[in-house]
Design a protein around this ligand. Structure first.
Ligand code: MGD
Ligand code: MGD
Ligand code: SF4
Ligand code: MO
Length: 758
């Protein structure tokens, strides 16, 4: 049958966003020809969004690198893999040998979260290059939430998610899941799941300075001034104490610091924060009462409550609201997942609890947070001479020149590096600075499993994504690349990668078994025998599945999960609804939920100052005076941060990189739809067309990030035709959420000048 045309379906997960939708990839004669939603996926039930089709474009994008390239005076030149590994390691080692290991910076970008090999094998890199100068997209994203979860529950992955399948009341702050498809809440088909809340009689309330697409499917929406969430939620809690409506339910047995709460929230009466928030005191009281009296309720916040001026305080207040109303860890409230692969052991930072600021950055004095510095320290550390100055950088799956605030400063800093290597498949705004780019295989060409995202899933699920296609000839999987570079950095160039991988596996095995209930029952040696000889991420996955809470315990638990069992479940497994997990799950020193962690509460005076300053501003801060506005971000269903703009199927349609503002503001500035304005922030300015929209709170303007694909030296032929502007040209790298060091990307003061060219 050798000449029979090949036609088959491969069922896997879409790796573009956190929703983890099941997809069916049609493969004909070795080419991927179609992507559709997998109706038999028990979690996503056939749902996909337009981005899934982009996976086909990504697969065939001629701009996508398949081979390593090296920068030469005459342009990029393709080179062999071993040459690339040698160059990468030599470049990094040279800088390390001259200036110490801290002279190397490491940056891990967002897509690593969607690829288990990039995530797990990056740990090997950080062992081979034990620099303090580690960075990730976390500090322009989730850090406030991690710091809050770490401080209150004892681990960065201790993130409760709204139990949206059972809740009666969902209160959403600064998240737009209808467009983002959910974040720190893995919930495919979210729009339908939200509709189900309402069809069973529940209620959805959205608090956001923009009337979002999520607000369109909610019962109520209220504008809030950017940055005011902590104040607002503390006022809700203030109301509940004042009206004797506080009842933590079963959590009462394992909370610490409860008696401090009335005093902490005392200054935040609804009237005291009314002006700063832009929400009437009566509304605050009513929303608090409704939340507390709903049979079950869950409060949830995301980007709008993280990368803002009081991100950690906002995350903390939202969690407190869940706790003091008895909604934490109960069905219908905010619950913890029990993923089949539990990574807690890999990210746990010592016995009990987490510690922040174990070291601080050299130039800016920023605290270390979960082993990393905030991204704003990267440019500082490159620019500032002296011992430990960063002179070389390795990035994986990141585009910091589009994702960091004050990105122009970073771009200039990267030009001064002695050496840079990027692990990426595009020559984009960041990787164009590299001496060397080494590409991963495309998402269709390797197997993966959601080791990270299942931690935030609203049901316990497990699904293996097999490769849809054979890797193109001459490509190399990322796990090999990471091991090849790591072993060279450890002086083990001649050691075969398979052997390095066995060492990695045995380390993981020892850790995973020690952290599981198999400690003392299953010996690491027995486990290694059962795991076999095939190197690579799938064997690691087998280990993690089998030692995990749903695993077979290497024969100890009959019927438990193994890699083989998962391979049989083509469409994925539903392991059930979330279940109460406390107090067992808590990993704090005290063994209790810390309600008033000092790192967080010590930021309250800053909030109090902000409120009083805002309250003294007349008219209300929300109604912009003159050309002064507050800038927030925005996401679009056909974008993914900076990196899908080169895919033709997603690039079409009307331009989405516009500055949206309220009709009243437009009128005051004499602006019509499509007019150009100049937007000026502390660190820069840009020109952009406006889009007049009733959705914006007066005084607030919104611009999406990730655009600006018109820089010289990039290789993005489709994206560069409609480049858009880069919002991080004007976001301020000195604006940080204090407890976490995360950047403030929402709530930037800007000035707008109409008709700059006139
Ligand atoms: N289509 C698409 N999907 C994506 C992405 C994408 O780029 N495109 N990116 C992915 C990534 S990396 C992430 S992290 C997630 C993010 O997922 P989400 O957080 O759900 O997405 P955002 O659109 O950033 O939503 C933030 C909301 O906060 C609001 N906001 C801004 N400032 C404030 C404030 O001070 N208070 C309040 N209450 N609200 C505020 C904004 O108006 C916006 O509606 O999305 C993921 N999914
Ligand atoms: N102003 C403003 N700035 C923001 C945000 C905002 O809302 N407003 N959002 C922030 C958020 S939430 C995030 S997560 C960050 C994202 O910040 P980054 O992670 O730095 O940037 P991305 O735009 O996601 O770029 C991803 C890069 O990974 C590459 N890539 C894609 N898939 C793979 C893969 O499988 N392997 C490898 N090796 N490379 C791959 C792409 O080519 C691209 O270069 O941006 C942040 N920046
Ligand atoms: S929502 Fe869209 S991008 Fe996200 S996983 Fe589903 S199909 Fe992929
Ligand atoms: Mo993100």
């Amino acid at each position: 049958m050798a000449n029979q045309p090949e036609s088959r379906s491969v069922f896997r997960t879409c790796t573009l966003c956190e929703a983890t939708c099941g997809i069916e990839v049609r493969v004909e004669n070795g080419l991927a020809t179609r992507v559709t939603g997998d109706r038999r996926d028990p979690f996503s039930r056939g749902h996909i969004c337009p981005k899934a089709h982009g996976l086909l474009d990504l697969q065939r994008d001629p701009d996508r690198l398949r081979q390593p390239v090296r920068r030469t005076p005459g342009g990029w030149v393709q080179i062999g893999w071993d040459e690339a590994y040698d160059l990468a390691a030599d470049g990094l080692a040279r800088v390390r040998d001259a200036g110490g290991v801290d002279a190397i910076g490491l940056y891990r970008g967002n897509p690593t979260v969607h690829d288990m090999a990039s995530l797990l094998y990056w740990n090997v890199v950080t062992q081979a290059i034990p620099t303090h100068n580690r960075f990730s997209a976390g500090s322009v994203d989730t850090w406030p939430r991690y710091v809050q979860a770490g401080s209150m529950f004892g681990g960065m992955l201790h993130i409760p998610v709204p139990d949206i399948e059972r809740t009666d009341h969902l209160l959403i702050f600064g998240a737009n899941p209808v467009v983002s498809n959910g974040s720190l809440m893995t919930a495919p088909d979210i729009k339908k799941r939200l509709a189900e809340i309402r069809s069973r009689g529940g209620k959805i309330v959205v608090i956001d300075p923009r009337r979002t697409e999520t607000a369109d499917v909610a019962d109520e929406h209220h504008f809030i001034a950017p940055g005011a969430d902590a104040a607002f939620v503390l006022a809700m809690i203030h109301t509940l104490f004042a009206e004797n409506r506080v009842n933590p339910g079963r959590c009462a047995d394992f909370v610490r610091g409860f008696d401090e709460l009335p005093e902490l929230v005392r200054p935040y009466s609804p009237e005291a924060v009314e002006h700063a928030c832009g929400i009437a005191a009566d509304t605050t009281r009513r929303l608090a009462r409704e939340f507390a009296s709903a049979p079950t309720a869950a409060a949830y916040g995301r980007m709008g409550t993280c990368v803002q001026e009081f991100g950690t305080l906002a995350c903390w207040a939202i969690e407190l609201l869940n706790i003091v109303t008895g909604n934490l860890d109960r069905p219908g409230g905010a619950m913890f997942s029990r993923p089949a692969v539990a990574l807690d052991f890999a990210v746990s930072l010592g016995e009990g609890g987490v510690e922040f600021g174990r070291h601080t950055s050299r130039a800016g004095g920023h605290d270390e947070i979960f082993g990393e510095y905030p991204v704003v320290a990267l440019a500082e550390e490159i620019e500032t001479p002296g011992d430990g100055q960063i002179r070389a950088l390795m990035t994986i799956a990141g585009n910091p020149v589009r994702s960091f605030p004050n990105s122009a400063r970073l771009s200039r800093a990267l030009e001064t590096l002695e050496f840079m290597v990027a692990l990426d498949f595009y020559i984009n705004e960041t990787t164009r600075h590299a001496d060397l780019i080494i590409p991963p295989t495309s998402p269709f060409e390797h197997a993966t499993y959601d080791v990270a995202l299942n931690h935030f899933a609203i049901r316990n699920v497990a699904k293996l994504s097999p490769p849809a296609l054979e890797p193109e000839p001459g490509t190399r999987p990322i796990w090999r690349t990471l091991l090849e570079i790591s072993k060279r950095m450890m002086g083990l160039r001649e050691l075969p990668v398979e052997q390095v991988d066995s060492i990695v596996l045995s380390r993981f095995a020892a850790q995973a078994i020690a952290a599981s209930d198999l400690a003392g029952i299953v010996g690491p040696e027995d486990a290694l025998v059962q795991l076999g000889d095939d190197p690579g991420p799938m064997r690691l996955l087998d280990l993690l599945l089998r030692t995990g809470p749903h695993g077979d315990g290497f024969g100890q638990r009959e019927g438990g999960l193994t890699l083989d069992a998962l391979k049989q479940s083509t469409h994925g497994l539903d392991l059930g609804a979330l279940e109460p997990a406390l107090p067992e799950k808590l990993a704090t020193h005290s063994g209790a939920i810390e309600l008033a962690p000092a790192r967080i509460t010590s930021d309250l005076p800053r909030l109090a100052d902000w409120i009083s300053q805002r309250s003294s501003e007349r008219p209300a801060p929300s109604a912009a005076a003159g050309g002064h506005f507050t800038l927030i971000g925005r996401r679009d269903i056909r974008s993914m941060n900076s990196w899908l703009h080169n895919l033709p199927s997603l690039a079409k349609g009307k331009s989405r990189c516009t500055l949206a503002l309220h009709p009243r503001d437009a009128e005051r500035l004499g602006l019509a739809d499509g007019d150009r304005v100049r937007v000026t922030g502390r660190v820069g300015q840009l020109e952009v067309p406006v889009e007049i929209s009733e959705r914006l709170m007066p005084g607030v303007v919104s611009l999406p990030h990730g655009w600006g694909h018109d820089l010289p030296g990039t290789g993005l032929s489709t994206a560069s035709k409609r480049p858009g502007v880069n919002s991080n040209e004007i976001t301020d790298d000195s604006a940080l959420d204090v407890p976490s060091g995360a950047s403030v990307l929402n709530g930037i003061p800007v000035q707008i000048a109409a008709h700059p060219g006139a």
